[in-house]
Design a protein around this ligand. Structure first.
Ligand SMILES: C[S@@+](CC[C@H](N)C(=O)[O-])C[C@H]1O[C@@H](n2cnc3c(N)ncnc32)[C@H](O)[C@@H]1O
Length: 244
């Protein structure tokens, strides 16, 4: 949860100018944060759009229990995005950030988003694509190996536009944010759509790749290279706005 919260606080810096530049439901209606995690972005969205009726869900009971206490104004529910516990044609806006890369059968979630959105409703999908990493070979090797171990598809964003089109969605807007580790650790530099993180912040965002069984060797090699040679990387965070 602390890593997810730190990550969400960085994303807020990019999402702020982005959300101000696109047209999505801002004034009235019902909105869902689908896969809300620690609720940091949910509360940011609520503050930006206080007139919407906000609901949020996550598959993790712990996350939802915590969020209910900390953000009581939001209507929280434990729900799997692949079988959403909400009626048809219910929402004007859905926000789905950093979730699709974690789930098996993501097409089921996209189908559910179509079902629960009202006609004309919009969905913002925001997720990294590990194929867009740039950096030295040792980093690319670790990312590639991690993708083979990860239970879901780390490149899912490549498929999303065609699945969405097949479901009947229209792509209204697309921006690929670019995160790099050539900024400073005190305060990330935002040059929208780029965010320059510090070296250590960049490393902390990748630490999860060292956890799965079989990753330790490549992770240690990269760590030693990273700390001694100031390894530089970039990654795209794809951001798609669709309308039903
Ligand atoms: C990386 S976090 C993103 C949290 C938040 N959306 C953000 O951007 O800060 C991914 C979240 O997706 C949730 N999640 C994973 N699989 C899910 C599923 N099938 N249905 C709903 N939530 C899911 C996880 O529990 C986790 O809280």
């Amino acid at each position: 949860m602390p890593r997810l919260s730190a990550q969400a606080n960085l994303l807020k810096l990019l999402l702020e100018p982005y959300l101000d530049s696109i047209e999505y439901e801002k004034e009235v209606g019902t909105a869902l944060d689908a896969g809300a995690g620690p609720g940091v972005l949910t509360s940011f969205l609520v503050k930006k759009n206080p007139n919407l009726k906000w609901m949020a869900c996550d598959i993790s009971e712990d996350m939802v229990q915590y969020c209910k206490l900390v953000y009581p104004k939001v209507d929280w529910k434990v729900s799997d995005v692949r079988a959403l516990d909400y009626p048809d044609n219910h929402f004007d806006f859905i926000f789905n950030s950093m979730v699709l890369i974690h789930i098996k059968e993501p097409e089921k979630a996209l189908k559910e988003f179509y079902r629960v959105l009202k006609p004309g409703g919009k969905i913002l999908i925001h997720c990294p694509n590990d194929k867009t990493f740039t950096g030295p070979q040792v980093l690319l090797d670790m990312v590639a190996k991690h993708a083979t171990i990860h239970p879901a598809d780390r490149f899912v964003m490549e498929k999303v536009p065609s699945i969405m089109e097949g479901l009947g969605f229209q792509l209204k807007h697309r921006t690929d944010f670019i995160a790099s580790n050539d900024g400073n650790d005190d305060k990330p530099i935002v040059e929208y759509p780029k965010i320059h993180l510090g070296m250590m912040t960049g490393w902390s965002m990748m630490s999860f790749m060292g956890h799965p069984e079989g990753m330790q060797e490549l992770y240690s090699q990269l760590q030693s290279e990273y700390m001694s040679n100031r390894v530089k990387f970039t990654i795209k965070l794809e951001t798609h706005l669709y309308q039903k």
